[in-house]
Design a protein around this ligand. Structure first.
Ligand code: C2E
Ligand code: MG
Ligand code: MG
Length: 760
């Protein structure tokens, strides 16, 4: 418009100036008074000059116009190039839709988006619309038409799929606006087009990732390079109990459980630094303070240039998993009814015990316990009652367990007992009998009194057995024998063992009966002074007057008494008998100076022997000077410190002490020197060989010399011949004891003078 008005102004000015010139110049010529020829010439000259000036003016105008036009064109080209470059750089295209002609001009860039090397110069709009995906086309047309109808010149943005030359659809985004002509009629739609297929995919995958991040059951924790928490997901909050505000900016070390040491975390970070990742089990602590196991995976996030930007830890709470693993493990290894180990676990334990037995050269036993006629209970009272009874049986058996025993329910009414500290058949038999007695007691089940007995099969190991299954097989066949021999019984794998062990157990219970029913006797054997050949004391030796077997020697029942603990009662009884007898003898003034009583090493080891002895002395009224206790060498040397203290307390009571069976243990001379004993009793095994066995002679000589040098009296046990007595006399032995002088006899048969007379 300004350009136009300027043109008009110039033309008007020209018309005015030219008209004035024509008008005034002719007047001036007339005023000059020239001749007509001169005027004619001047008129010609004026006309030519006018043309010349006008032409010059025109030239200037045209040149100026051309310059302006060229500049504008150049500027337009530059700006077009810039636009093209910008669009190319953005990988975008341009489109221009002339509504009146329905021609849609598309830039080269747009064509390239759809895989075309050359854009059709001025294709109809329909050409492009046909390439829009049928599902999107109608929608797009409607949107554009609406915009046109509403003369809506606001920028718009639409996305639709358009066909690529490779046959696939690309997602194209149009941004543009409607242009109106001077009369405000819709003239053109114009804008840019860009391929947003990848961007949309990226957005979608980002959106999906965000959903996964938010909804996953795994806790996710992101830290910066400085190992400060920058992000976490809802699962993290749920698992740890911390809120987002509490955790952001903190160090993950606030989650530590304290269960792992420094080296554990160092190993994690060295793995992360070396390989960019670590995964494993780790214990952390919740806000509540509870510690729990996680399966955690740590990864490094690298930036564009390979630098570490973040660390991500993804973890799952595996405490439930662990618990169910434990539960599964429990179910696999335990019997749900009795809560005892099942056959699988029992076999594993037996296997393990067998290995230990081999390596430590120890013995053990497996007892298979099977209830007798349990089927009848199930059939007559129902399985519920049967189950309750089984539970009671399991409980009762369980209460009988000592350390290193494993009880298992092997199935049905069969239980297994692994007895790892069982050193021999007798012990196993005692245990079996004990269990049988326990099980035979009545049960109270659902208001009923029930009775059930059991049979037990016993297998000992290692005894050439190389695997657990063989131990169980042997025990099984032993059980079969026990069942066959009338039930409520036990049996070993071999007949001999069964017999032997049974006798042993029978003996044990018979011994208890013997003690309570006065079947034990005390015999006395004289001890003589060799020099004077005079009986100066006696040794009290216990005997068992068995109703059917006759007189049983102590060697057969003392070990059983020791095993069953009955020895304490026996020794106490013998001590009392001996003391009473000695009081009688003292009253008779028969010249006996002491009675010697044997003390079991078991009892000696217990320590309270001195109180027991003091009590008996008090009860019987015997002067302590007339009592001698015989303690075996091994009992003293097994625990020398305790023995020393106990012997000192005993000596302080005023009694005498002798070391029995001297030479069979491993006495330390240094210790022997300090022991408060009065006598050494040389074991009869050395006396046996006298006088011909040179070694025995040498030993006897040494023991006599040793005893004397320590200020002790020396007694030789088991003297059976005159030559032995003769040699012992020559060697300087003080006292003797043996069949040569007199066998152990009841008190009333002891003839002191007779013996001296017989052996002058
Ligand atoms: P010991 O204390 O060494 O007793 C000596 C044993 O040698 C006695 O055997 C005795 O009868 C036997 N004896 C004595 N003279 C001769 C002989 O000339 N030749 C042979 N071959 N043997 C002879 P006994 O009475 O069978 O006692 C065996 C062991 O039983 C005793 O050995 C003692 O350790 C233990 N014992 C005996 N009575 C008791 C007791 O009341 N309590 C405890 N704890 N142990 C006892
Ligand atoms: Mg003795
Ligand atoms: Mg002895």
């Amino acid at each position: 418009m300004p350009l136009l008005s300027k043109a008009w102004r110039m033309i008007l000015s020209y018309i005015v100036i030219a008209s004035l010139w024509v008008f005034f110049s002719d007047g001036m010529l007339n005023a000059l008074g020239l001749t007509s020829a001169q005027q004619e010439q001047l008129q010609l000259f004026k006309g030519l000059s006018f043309i010349l000036v006008t032409a010059a003016l025109l030239f200037l105008l045209v040149r100026n116009y051309q310059r302006i036009n060229r500049r504008a064109t150049e500027a337009l080209l530059r700006s077009e190039k810039r636009l093209r470059n910008a669009l190319e750089a953005a990988e975008d295209g341009m489109w221009d839709w002339h509504l009146s002609s329905q021609i849609l001009y598309c830039s080269q860039g747009y064509a390239a988006l759809l895989g075309m090397t050359q854009a059709p110069p001025q294709a109809e709009a329909d050409y492009w619309l046909q390439r829009v995906h049928p599902d999107d086309r109608e929608n797009l047309e409607r949107e554009l038409n609406k915009c046109i109808a509403n003369r809506d010149t606001a920028p718009f943005q639409r996305s639709f799929r358009q066909l690529h030359t490779n046959g696939q659809y690309r997602l194209i985004q149009f941004r543009g606006r409607l242009l109106l002509d001077t009369k405000q009629r819709p003239e053109r739609l114009l804008g840019t087009a860009s391929d947003v297929t990848q961007r949309r995919k990226d957005e979608e995958s980002l959106r999906m990732s965000a959903v996964v991040f938010d909804t996953t059951q795994e806790g996710v924790l992101v830290t910066g390079v400085d190992k400060r928490i920058v992000h976490c997901n809802p699962a993290f909050i749920r698992i740890t109990g911390y809120s987002m505000a509490e955790i952001l900016g903190q160090s993950p070390s606030m989650l530590k459980s304290g269960r792992h040491d420094k080296s554990f975390y160092q190993a994690i970070w060295s793995s992360v630094n070396a390989s960019g990742t670590w995964s494993g089990e780790i214990w952390n602590r919740r806000k509540s303070g509870e510690i729990y196991p996680q399966w955690q995976c740590i990864r490094v996030i690298y930036g564009e240039h390979g630098e570490i930007t973040h660390y991500v830890a993804v973890f799952s709470d595996i405490s439930l998993l662990k618990r169910s693993q434990r539960e599964l493990d429990y179910l696999a290894h335990y019997d749900p009814l009795s809560n005892l180990p099942n056959r699988l676990l029992f076999t594993e334990r037996v296997e393990h015990a067998l290995k230990l037995a081999h390596s430590e050269q120890r013995n053990g036993a497996v007892l298979l316990i099977d209830l007798d006629h349990f089927k009848h209970i199930n059939e007559s009272l129902g399985h519920d009652i049967g189950d309750l009874l089984l539970k009671d049986v399991a409980e009762r058996l369980n209460q009988q367990l000592a350390p290193r025993m494993t009880l298992a329910r092997l199935g049905g009414d069969e239980f297994g007992l692994l007895y790892e500290t069982c050193s021999n058949a007798e012990q196993a038999a005692v245990q079996a009998q004990h269990l049988l007695n326990c099980l035979a007691q009545p049960y109270q089940v659902a208001g009923r009194e029930l009775f059930v007995t059991a049979s037990i099969g016993i297998s000992l190991f290692p005894d050439d057995i190389c695997d657990a299954s063989q131990i169980l097989r042997n025990a099984d066949s032993a059980l079969f024998k026990a069942k066959n021999s009338g039930r409520e019984n036990y049996a070993f794998y071999t007949q001999e063992l069964t017999e032997h062990a049974r006798q042993h157990v029978e003996l044990a219970s018979a011994l208890r009966y013997a003690l309570d029913n006065q079947q034990l006797r005390v015999y006395y054997q004289p001890l003589l002074c060799l020099k004077r050949e005079q009986v100066i004391g006696v040794e009290a030796l216990v005997r068992w007057q068995h109703p059917t077997r006759g007189l049983v020697p102590p060697g057969e029942f003392i070990p059983i008494a020791e095993e069953t603990g009955l020895i304490a009662a026996i020794d106490a009884w013998v001590l009392e008998q001996a003391c009473r007898q000695m009081v009688l003898w003292r009253d008779q003034a028969n010249g006996l100076l002491f009675v010697a009583v044997n003390v079991s090493s078991r009892l000696f080891g217990r320590g309270e022997l001195d109180q027991r002895v003091a009590q008996v002395l008090q009860d019987t009224g015997l002067d302590p000077a007339f009592l001698e206790l015989e303690i075996t060498e091994s009992a003293v040397m097994d625990n020398p410190k305790a023995a020393q203290a106990l012997l000192e307390r005993l000596r302080d009571l005023g009694i005498r002490l002798a070391i029995d069976d001297f030479g069979t243990g491993y006495s330390s001379l240094a210790r022997l020197k300090r022991l408060p004993v009065h006598k050494l009793k040389l074991d009869q095994s050395f006396v046996n060989g006298l006088p011909h066995d040179h070694d025995d002679v040498a030993i006897t000589r040494s023991v006599v010399a040793l005893g004397h040098s320590l200020g002790l009296t020396v007694l030789a046990e088991g003297v059976e011949h005159a030559e032995q007595a003769e040699l012992l006399k020559q060697l300087g032995c003080d006292l003797v004891q043996g069949y040569f002088y007199g066998r152990p006899v009841p008190a009333e048969h002891l003839q002191l003078t007779h013996m001296v007379d017989v052996h002058p």
